[in-house]
Design a protein. Structure first.
Lengths: 445, 350
């Protein structure tokens, strides 16, 4: 019985009409109406909770599908097939004075011919040589340079296999389809089986993926160039956007007069946070490349463009952090004699710093994943060398993923997924650090 | 603290200003076609590994975009070489000369076949260029009346040619910015349109109307622009058995276990058929070099030497492994000489 029923303590409807039976009927129907309403309300609440749980489950399912498909495609990329070759370092072909001129490719080919002496025709020989990666010659060159005392003897070297052989060993090329539909021909299959029986084929951890730059050969391609480029670009972005963003937020929040101009600035900053990122790329092209004449494809210009993109995020997060510091702190500081600048710098800013850091880390994580603005300034390019500084041409990790996704070789499919896994790992770590910092330094007023 | 910040910011900006920064470019900058990109990148990588020069940076901007950047001027901030899947247009050449790019060396690197492929799980298509024109053009001839065209009414391949399967026309192809599309409309569609006598005569009478008729592709949904990402087209063809895709031969080669190329005028898209010219839809690939940059940017001559060496573009070279169709030996010799002597292009050649 709620306060709206007009019954007294005995349960009788005191304001009922003169008819006694009608009061009982009226009382019964009021309770029915109330109960019906209650059950409707409880059902609505249950349904609402169900919608919420369904939404969460659906998003977890999509997230799981994303991770499973990426990890499923990419985990095989962390292994690379290697083949053990017995190579004779012929002292006649290697001149100790000019090591780099020797025909290392010829020596690798010779070792293959020695292993399969029955291969005679030109076409079959080409197929035989095609099983080993072209990087084997450079690996041999490195080995000879470091071990010059081995010239004249037979060495055993594990060299990377060609990407088609790698795909076969990992099971991505089916063996049972007719030869014409396969990239690995029947005689190559026979040789590979023989090598496996001799224990000369092994899958090892793919260190090349982490130590090499981009390449057209999938077995020689790595993400180090892209990761270095991302690193330099993010350093420039951080060093420029953090001080400028924080200083702007402090000025707008603490020192700026509250008039129409500051309102317009605030509206514009909020709008800039929603501008599509490619517009910043066009701005970078027009201003930094065409007007200032900075070089194309360098992390410095990429950093400038990403700074422009991240600044609104940092400013908005910093202002929110500054607003959350209670006015009692400010008044207390002023009350004990601090000047306005001292109050802001010594009292308000340190307390707002965790929130600013969180905003910055989230902004950096956003900048790490950007591709479109860098397209216009030339960072979407095939660059093999690892960048050594801020003005060496380089590309960033999302761009590397985009370029590999466009390549026809089958082996790039798994490497693309592996690079996506690395990028996601970085992003998840950065966001986790942001959450951790926020939780640790959060102060409840 | 603030002083340090302001000082460092000022330092960064003053360092950035001025072209003294850009004057120190010691790597070759290449832009251009996405079709030539797979071949140029292999050569660049080999060049970087075998010589002491820095590996060139190669951007895939499309042939049109590449010519625009290339012809913008001479200087370290402009690219040195542009790749192109079609010959430079006269207008682009004149614009380049007007901007100071007076001496351009043209180098043909080989041929590339354009294939129309579908999934191996679907029946093989045997098309003629006339079928392609009737299936994909925006306006097709109506009846046999000369001069009369109607918007393309063909919905299935059977409408175009009763011998073809009764399957909805759905073709995934390159966008208008792509050189592949330019080559496709010129070779396949124009080649098919010429089979109509009155259209062939139209070429002499009204060239722009002729071009508009032959080169305009239908926009009613039968032709779907699938962007420059050929891997995506391959995936879509795998999922949709009725669709056909238009892309370069190298992609068909790499995915020969999933896709099959349609016969065009009875010829199958195979290496030998494209090399000897019997496959009708093949086009030459080029790159263009600024002679003015050859002395100042280190390594250009050596890069050209690498690209024009037999081990790169020859019959057994590594570019053929990537799907490039090599030129006949006589043509290779001609272009190698052009490169060694840096013979510039003149307007009359175009």
């Amino acid at each position: 019985m709620n306060k709206y029923s007009r019954n007294d303590a005995t349960g009788k409807n005191t304001l009922a009409g003169k008819n006694h039976t009608s009061t009982k009927a009226a009382a019964a129907s009021t309770m029915d109406i109330v109960n019906q309403g209650l059950s409707r309300r409880y059902n609505a609440e249950k349904r609402f909770r169900l919608y919420g749980i369904t939404a969460i489950i659906l998003s977890m399912v999509f997230l799981a599908m994303l991770f499973i498909s990426i990890i499923g495609n990419g985990y095989t990329a962390f292994q690379q097939t290697f083949v053990k070759l017995d190579i004779f370092l012929d002292p006649d072909t290697i001149d100790a004075q000019s090591l780099k001129d020797a025909n290392y490719q010829g020596m690798v080919k010779q070792s293959l011919r020695d292993m399969f002496p029955e291969v005679k025709t030109r076409r079959d020989k080409r197929r035989l040589y095609a099983m080993i990666s072209s990087g084997a010659a450079f690996q041999l060159q490195d080995f000879v340079r470091k071990n010059q005392q081995e010239i004249g003897s037979v060495i055993q070297l594990w060299v990377p296999a060609d990407d088609d052989v790698d795909m076969l060993i990992k099971g991505h090329i089916p063996r049972d389809v007719p030869e014409i539909e396969r990239r690995i021909k029947d005689n190559q299959l026979a040789w590979i089986d023989r090598l496996q029986d001799q224990g000369r084929i092994e899958k090892r951890f793919n260190t090349t993926f982490f130590t090499a730059g981009d390449s057209r050969e999938p077995e020689l391609a790595g993400i180090l160039g892209a990761v270095s480029g991302s690193f330099y670009t993010l350093i420039v972005t951080l060093m420029l956007s953090f001080p400028v963003g924080v200083a702007t937020a402090v000025y707008l929040e603490e020192f700026a007069p509250k008039n129409r101009w500051t309102d317009i600035i605030e509206v514009n900053i909020n709008n800039l946070a929603a501008v599509p990122s490619i517009v910043y790329g066009l701005l970078g092209l027009a201003v930094f490349l065409n007007f200032f004449g900075l070089p194309r494809s360098v992390p410095l210009v990429g950093g400038f463009v990403l700074t422009l993109m991240t600044l609104p995020t940092i400013i908005i997060a910093s202002r929110a952090a500054l607003k959350s510091v209670p006015p009692s702190i400010r008044e207390a500081a002023l009350g004990v004699g601090a000047s306005k600048t001292q109050m802001v710098v010594h009292h308000v800013l340190p307390l707002a710093l965790p929130g600013m850091l969180t905003g910055t880390i989230i902004g950096m994580a956003q900048a790490l994943g950007e591709t479109a603005p860098l397209l216009m300034i030339g960072m979407v390019a095939f660059i093999v060398d690892i960048p050594g500084g801020f003005t060496d041409p380089s590309t960033v990790l999302p761009v590397q993923i985009f370029l590999w996704a466009d390549s026809p070789e089958r082996a790039f499919l798994e490497r693309t997924s592996a690079a996506i896994m690395v990028l996601l790992a970085f992003l998840v770590t950065m966001n986790a650090v942001a959450v951790f910092l926020r939780k640790k330094f959060e102060r409840r007023w | 603290m603030k002083k340090v910040l302001i000082a460092s910011l000022a330092l960064i900006f003053t360092m950035g200003l001025g072209s003294g920064w850009a004057a120190s470019r010691d790597y070759i900058s290449i832009v251009g076609s996405s079709t030539v990109y797979p071949f140029a990148t292999v050569v660049a990588e080999n060049f970087g590994k075998t010589t002491g020069f820095k590996t060139p940076t190669i951007e895939s901007t499309g042939s049109g975009g590449g010519h625009k950047l290339f012809g913008a001027g001479v200087g370290v901030e402009y690219p040195d070489i542009t790749n192109s899947s079609r010959r430079i247009k006269k207008s682009e050449f004149e614009k380049a000369v007007a901007n100071g790019v007076k001496e351009i060396v043209e180098v043909k690197i080989g041929y590339d076949g354009i294939v129309i492929a579908n999934s191996k799980k679907a029946p093989l298509f045997k098309l003629s260029r006339k079928d392609i024109f009737l299936a994909l053009a925006k306006d097709v001839p109506s009846g046999n009346v000369a001069g009369k065209t109607v918007p393309n009414p063909n919905k299935t391949w059977k409408d175009v040619n009763p011998a073809l399967p009764d399957v909805k026309i759905e073709v995934l192809g390159p966008p208008p910015t792509s050189g592949t599309r330019d080559a496709f409309v010129e070779l396949a569609m124009e080649g098919g349109a010429k089979k109509f006598g009155w259209i062939k005569d139209l070429k002499k009478k009204d060239k722009s109307a002729y071009k508009a008729l032959c080169h305009t592709i239908r926009e009613d949904g039968a032709y779907i622009e699938a962007g420059e990402n050929d891997n995506l087209i391959v995936q879509k063809l795998d999922a949709n058995k009725d669709a056909l895709g238009i892309f370069g031969f190298s992609f068909l080669d790499q995915n020969s276990d999933k896709l099959q190329g349609a016969l065009i005028d009875g010829i199958a898209p195979e290496f030998d058929a494209i090399a000897d010219g019997s496959y009708p839809v093949s086009r030459p690939l080029f790159f263009y070099v600024k002679k003015a940059h050859v002395g100042s940017i280190p390594g250009i001559k050596e890069y050209l030497a690498e690209f024009t060496s037999e081990k790169a573009w020859g019959d057994d070279g590594y570019l053929t492994d990537k799907g490039l169709i090599p030129m006949p030996a006589a043509e290779r010799k001609k272009f190698r000489q052009a490169v060694e002597n840096l013979i510039p292009l003149s307007a009359s050649d175009l």
